[in-house]
Write a new protein. Structure first.
Length: 414
């Protein structure tokens, strides 16, 4: 699996121009964009919180919808979708032997993602339908490109990724139908389906790469076979089905008790799965333990959701941020750093700045999930601290990886 992630075409011996390099593989533009946008979108959200904390109101807003829903949409369908696009269009060719997306086609796809972001920052300035068409354009094209690559060597185990892109499209469509007041609660449902899709994708990808990467790392350390990660098919299936069910039940307003019990079962199933992957044995290898850390936030998210629904303890918003900030944020950062290093021929050894970024994302999640209930009198200060931790983490990623993503492949140092 490590070998597959590190595969890439060599190209000619002459140094290519940066304009050519950036669109040579999908991970380059989309991972860079995800890092930059994680900073920009959170900075905008923190600015709103700071203004609100001062008891003021901005004289003018370019966004028409409620800002908390805009924030959720852009973190899922902006930041998250960029990371998904970079991952799928890079990983699928390695699974199927298909041609990598590159050149003009990749550039046009990236332009659609950018157009969607510009439109979503300008919903108060544009005719109501225009942001919908511009924002919805990217994901169907991504789905078509991914579908063509999957069709080269069809495998049932990979079809789920095409289905998940379709689910993201549906969630985004429902969001816009709600924004245009066509469907009641459309924005809320769309956000929950979008977040749920990202989490289910992490459950699927995590189940494949975490035990595989951990096994490789522990074997290099000389760990005995009996102490290597274990995969249990019934637990894997239960984790996937229960995780998906929770978000479907929540999105469509099922009974609180049903949601709570399902979330508790999902937490236990994912905890049982995670416990077999030997995460504690990887503490000396940040590129590996960060994957375990990211997956652990899925367990925390479902546990918080169960507590909120069954015992009215904590909040559902805290649970959603465990998923969004903790699980999605950490796993996206982990995969982007690992894949970027491997695909550019570098050793899988993150710098100290990147290790700090790994930690900062979980600091942001801890503050956002548990800070408001622990110290409600400092709500705004905690929100700002959590946001600054997130911004710093992805600013570090952007600073460290911009020259890597814009530069040519190098000979591996490992």
């Amino acid at each position: 699996m490590d070998h597959k992630l590190a595969q890439t075409s060599r190209g000619s011996s002459e140094p290519p121009r940066r304009a050519t390099i950036i669109f040579s593989h999908a991970f380059r533009p989309f991972f860079l964009a995800a890092g930059v946008y994680a900073v920009l979108a959170l900075t905008a959200w923190l600015s709103w919180i700071a203004i609100h904390a001062m008891g003021a109101m901005p004289a003018y807003l370019s966004v028409a919808e409620p800002l908390h829903l805009w924030h959720a949409h852009e973190m899922i369908f902006g930041f998250g979708a960029a990371a998904v696009g970079g991952f799928l269009l890079t990983a699928i060719p390695n699974w199927t032997g298909a041609q990598h997306s590159k050149g003009l086609g990749l550039g046009l796809m990236f332009a659609l993602w950018c157009a969607g972001r510009i439109a979503m920052w300008s919903t108060a300035l544009l005719p109501p339908a225009m942001p919908m068409f511009l924002d919805l354009a990217f994901l169907p094209v991504l789905g078509f490109a991914a579908g063509r690559q999957l069709a080269v060597q069809p495998a049932l185990r990979n079809v789920i990724f095409f289905v998940m892109v379709l689910t993201l499209i549906i969630g985004n469509f429902l969001y816009h139908m709600g924004r245009m007041e066509v469907i009641d609660e459309g924005m809320r449902i769309g956000v929950l389906l979008g977040l749920g899709t990202l989490i289910v994708m992490i459950v699927v990808i995590g189940g494949r790469v975490i035990p595989a990467f951990t096994t490789n790392a522990l074997r290099r350390q000389g760990v005995e076979e009996t102490r290597l990660p274990k995969r249990r098919a019934p637990v894997d299936v239960a984790s996937l089905v229960l995780s998906a069910s929770v978000f479907i039940l929540q999105a469509f307003g099922f009974d609180e008790y049903v949601i709570g019990v399902t979330a508790l079962c999902a937490a236990l199933a994912n905890l049982l799965r995670l416990s077999g992957w030997q995460g504690l044995a990887t503490l000396k290898q940040p590129i590996v333990w960060v994957l375990h850390l990211g997956y652990s936030w899925i367990v925390i998210g479902f546990a918080l959701l169960a507590a909120a629904h069954l015992a009215d303890w904590g909040s559902k918003v805290a649970a959603l941020h465990a998923f969004g900030t903790g699980a999605a944020g950490t796993m996206i950062l982990a995969i982007m750093t690992r894949a970027s290093l491997g695909h550019t021929g570098r050793a899988l050894e993150p710098s100290r700045a990147i290790v700090a970024a790994y930690v900062l994302v979980s600091v942001a999640a801890l503050l956002r999930c548990f800070g408001p209930s622990a110290a409600p009198q400092f709500y705004n200060e905690i929100m700002l601290a959590a946001g600054l931790a997130w911004i710093t983490a992805f600013a570090l990623f952007t600073i460290v990886f911009t020259p890597i993503l814009l530069g040519p492949r190098v000979q591996s140092k490992s």
